[in-house]
Design a protein around this ligand. Structure first.
Ligand code: GLN
Length: 456
């Protein structure tokens, strides 16, 4: 814990930790020492970790990367961060992220972007760690903590993991409680671990997962011993390669990385089968209707009355002006864009044409996966991202849709509620990390982690 606190102190330029809690950390570390001395050390006893700013942490700023939650000190602890503390983990502080987890580069954060510790060859230009869990990824990659929590609504654990050479798993929807996690798109959001290895991810996921009566979508399912199940033996497993993920204009090195992953799994004894997920091409448009629709509804609670920031008012301003000014000041441009898209697609007259249609597409995407799993596919192998980490500012100047395209390989998994993991799989020509994604059957994280272990 002391070494991590010192490393954080020296790594201000990465802007990964946005709220530091050294005293809480030292107290928790001392408590962990006592548990170890007493012979009662749980799985993560004394392990220093970071918590994404999206998780409410009692008495510690929890701003979700937004100005609108300035000064908000939760009275309660999220279930996931509580479970980690119960497992002995030591919280070092809160990690940078895109505002309300909307983004793929950490550049929509009110704290300014986190920076990727990796560089392109000898070029000093700062790169994005990805998003929205960019602070988590940068902190783990730069050894500021041993592991971190992330959340993934459309790729926010897996894409930053791929950009920083770390491991990130989005569990099956319902596996980890969403209670106390600031909601972005409730039917898609899942918490998960971001770690240095697949084994660490298994250990941490086990600590985070489990039924929680406080989250009505949390599943009443036993949490297996993920670490014990992780043999890395994939002999006889059937791995599907979806042809629709071979996108036009995909860089050669991503294709080469994918081929290497296929060869590696084959050598390890897996059977490789070409599969089709025909509705893949509709996933991004469906996601960018459903996610903003749910976000616009979830974000209605930030009204200047209940939480955080309230705009200064002038004589004669009524409650409507208070709402308007507070929300105009408190939300950044990307969040405002999503609220506008969301309210539009939910509005009377457009609801059927956009929101309901997107929900139907979502069902078709889910069925695509069900069909291949019914045919005996154990896991699906794809690239995690269409490119390596890009430069800060490189995408923000472009059309917002260019940024959305980053999620092309990851959003299907959230729409279908499946578990997906990103595993470091090599470096590109400029020496930047790239990731491969494995998608598993629902509730089969143990199996997925085991296959990912073989690929690691
Ligand atoms: N980049 C996607 C978005 O902006 C996904 C974000 C996430 O998974 N939280 O919506």
């Amino acid at each position: 814990t002391e070494a991590c606190l010192a490393a954080i102190e020296g790594a201000g330029a990465l802007n990964a930790f946005v709220h530091h809690t050294p005293q809480i950390a030292m107290d928790a570390a001392a408590a962990a020492d006592a548990r170890i001395a007493g012979g009662d050390a749980p799985a993560m006893c004394g392990l220093p970790i970071g918590i994404k700013d999206l998780f409410c942490t009692r008495g510690v700023p929890s701003q979700a990367g937004s100005r609108i939650l300035e000064g908000f000190l939760p009275e309660y602890e999220s279930t996931v961060s509580q479970k980690l503390a119960d497992a002995g983990a030591v919280m070092l502080g809160k990690l940078n992220m895109d505002e309300f987890a909307m983004g793929s580069s950490n550049e929509t954060s009110v704290y300014g972007n986190a920076v990727n510790p990796w560089r392109r060859g000898n070029d000093d230009a700062a790169l994005t760690p990805g998003g929205s869990s960019g602070g988590s990824a940068a902190a783990v990659a730069a050894d500021l903590c041993l592991a971190a929590t992330g959340t993934d609504t459309g790729g926010s654990i897996r894409q930053p993991a791929a950009f920083t050479g770390t491991v990130g798993i989005k569990p099956t929807y319902g596996r980890c409680s969403r209670w106390g996690v600031v909601a972005f798109a409730s039917s898609l959001d899942q918490a998960g671990p971001m770690t240095k290895s697949v084994r660490d991810a298994a250990i941490m996921l086990e600590a985070m997962a489990g039924f929680d009566p406080k989250d009505s979508t949390s599943a009443e399912r036993a949490v297996p011993d993920f670490e014990a199940a992780m043999t890395g033996d994939i002999r006889g497993k059937t791995i599907g390669i979806p042809r629709e993920y071979r996108m036009d204009g995909m860089p050669d090195e991503i294709e080469a990385l994918w081929q290497d992953g296929i060869a590696m799994m084959k050598d390890a004894g897996a059977k490789i089968v070409d599969i089709s997920l025909p509705h893949t091409k509709y996933a991004l448009p469906a996601y960018y209707v459903i996610a903003p629709a749910e976000a616009s509804s979830n974000l209605a609670r930030y009204d200047g009355v209940r939480y955080g920031h309230r705009a200064k008012l002038h004589q004669g301003d009524g409650i409507t002006e208070m709402y308007e000014k507070t929300r105009a000041e408190g939300f950044g441009p990307e969040v405002q864009r999503r609220v506008m898209i969301g309210t539009y697609v939910l509005s009377a007259g457009f609801y059927d044409a956009y929101y309901n249609r997107a929900r139907k597409v979502r069902t078709l995407i889910k069925r695509d996966f069900e069909q291949v799993f019914d045919q005996g596919i154990d896991a699906i192998l794809t690239p995690a991202t269409p490119s390596a980490a890009f430069g800060l500012g490189e995408m923000t100047d472009a059309d917002p849709v260019a940024m959305y395209l980053n999620d092309v390989f990851t959003v299907t998994v959230n729409l279908a509620g499946l578990p997906g993991i990103s595993v470091p799989a090599g470096l590109d020509k400029q020496g930047l990390p790239l990731g491969l994604q494995l998608i598993g059957r629902p509730w089969e994280e143990a199996d997925l982690l085991s296959s990912a272990y073989a690929l690691e």
